[in-house]
Design a protein around this ligand. Structure first.
Ligand SMILES: *Cc1c(COP(=O)(O)O)cnc(C)c1O
Ligand code: SF4
Length: 395
């Protein structure tokens, strides 16, 4: 093996079977076993980790807000003695979840007010978000949909499937349907196929996508049978959700490889989280490993103002700094678009480092990634024929 390919190999490690050393490989690789054996209780955590008092108190709170659940696969990534472990911060509750900062909201992206049918969010002109389940393989403590996800929060998800299909059939402007939840890949193959085939029977729907964290929490779910089913519904794209490079294990890389081999273009959505990935080195490592897994970094989200998440939020300036440290310094394919999902329901708004020094009708002055200044003259023709520019001239 060449030096570079062995270097690539070493960047992916397996932590199996870790705490579950008595389990057979066949059980370990069975996704239903992983689901049944999730860590969901304080005792289950304390058997394997040394918890802090803040975490212990957080677990007791979780039962009324967002359930605790971690698959054995993902649990093995947690450092048992490090309460600041970036994996642990994402899935082990802390007492701070009980604290609502003044800006926190139950529904920070205003989804409930954009639901023409229960379970269907129609915010943008040509695409919809279809919430097909309220369950996930593990629960992220910062989940933007924690009001409905996991079954213990303040609301229940009552998706009306028949009403949704009727809405989609009559709304011919919709060409893109995003399945999310919860996590659509927790449905059985048959249930998911029933939804996909029904959507494919609607002529004006061109583009299907699934937003999922299952390949990361539960890579065993990405079976050859699931992949064979999914590939019948192309063009089907998938957005996965990875926040830290350690989440990209050998099992996860192989699961993503099976999806990519099935012709599914893969994107990644990360959430910028304090103490998890809010530094340039971690983020650079993450985006590089994603490319090795054939996943294109798609969005980096500023953390939504979800209730009880202020301890996981970091500044917008930090997100801009991270993008600025990537752009020009590494592959363009590795750089996600940093966005804020506008509080109250404005949708995703791109937030970028400013590369425009000045711009008038004659020229734009720009700076490059090294801070050097360049000028690009506007085409002369547009300066006189452009109505807007003409106005500027006479003004
Ligand atoms: C994120 C989102 C989409 C998809 O947005 P893209 O920018 O096209 O990925 C669609 N609907 C809602 C409500 C969303 O939040
Ligand atoms: S996987 Fe997604 S929907 Fe599920 S808890 Fe995590 S962020 Fe929320």
């Amino acid at each position: 093996m060449s030096e570079s390919s062995s270097a690539i190999k070493e960047r992916f490690v397996s932590h199996a079977p870790g705490h579950w050393s008595a389990v057979t490989p066949a059980m370990w690789s069975d996704w239903r076993w992983q689901q049944r054996n999730r860590v969901t209780t304080l005792a289950g955590l304390e058997d394997r980790l040394r918890l802090t008092s803040e975490e212990r108190a957080g677990v007791l709170l979780a039962g009324k807000k967002l359930a605790l659940a971690v698959t054995p696969h993902y649990f093995n990534l947690i450092e048992p003695d490090n309460p600041n472990c970036p994996i642990r911060r994402q899935v082990v509750p802390r007492i701070e979840e009980g604290y609502d900062s003044p800006h926190d909201m139950a529904d920070p992206c205003g989804e409930d007010s954009s639901m023409p049918v229960p379970g269907l969010v129609h915010r943008y002109p040509d695409r919809v978000l279809f919430l097909v389940t309220d369950r996930c393989a593990s629960y992220c403590r910062y989940c933007t949909r924690s009001r409905v996800v996991s079954g213990v929060g303040e609301q229940e998800l009552h998706t009306d499937f028949e009403e949704t299909f009727r809405y989609l059939e009559t709304h011919t402007e919709i060409r893109d349907v995003l399945l999310s939840g919860g996590d659509a890949l927790l449905l059985s193959d048959a249930r998911l196929e029933a939804i996909l085939s029904r959507l494919r029977s609607i002529k004006h729907i061109e583009f299907l996508r699934i937003g999922t964290r299952v390949p990361i929490f539960l890579p065993q779910r990405i079976t050859p049978e699931l992949c064979a089913m999914l590939r019948k519904y192309h063009p089907l794209w998938m957005s996965v959700h990875v926040n830290h490079p350690r989440e990209l294990t050998i099992e996860v890389r192989d699961a993503l490889g099976r999806l990519a081999d099935s012709g599914i273009p893969l994107g990644n959505q990360s959430v910028l989280l304090s103490g998890v990935n809010d530094d340039v080195d971690t983020m650079r490592d993450l985006v590089h490993k994603l490319l090795l897994c054939r996943v294109r970094p798609y969005y980096l989200y500023q953390c939504d103002l979800i209730r009880g998440s202020s301890h996981l939020r970091t500044s917008v300036a930090k997100g801009i700094e991270i993008i600025e440290a990537l752009r020009g310094f590494t592959s363009g394919y590795a750089i996600p678009q940093f966005v804020i999902d506008a509080p109250g329901g404005g949708g995703k708004v791109p937030v970028n480092p400013n590369y425009v020094v000045s711009h008038d009708q004659a020229k734009i002055v720009i700076r490059n990634f090294e801070g050097r200044i360049f000028e690009y003259p506007e085409p002369i023709a547009t300066r006189v024929t452009n109505h807007h520019s003409a106005e500027l001239v006479t003004a």
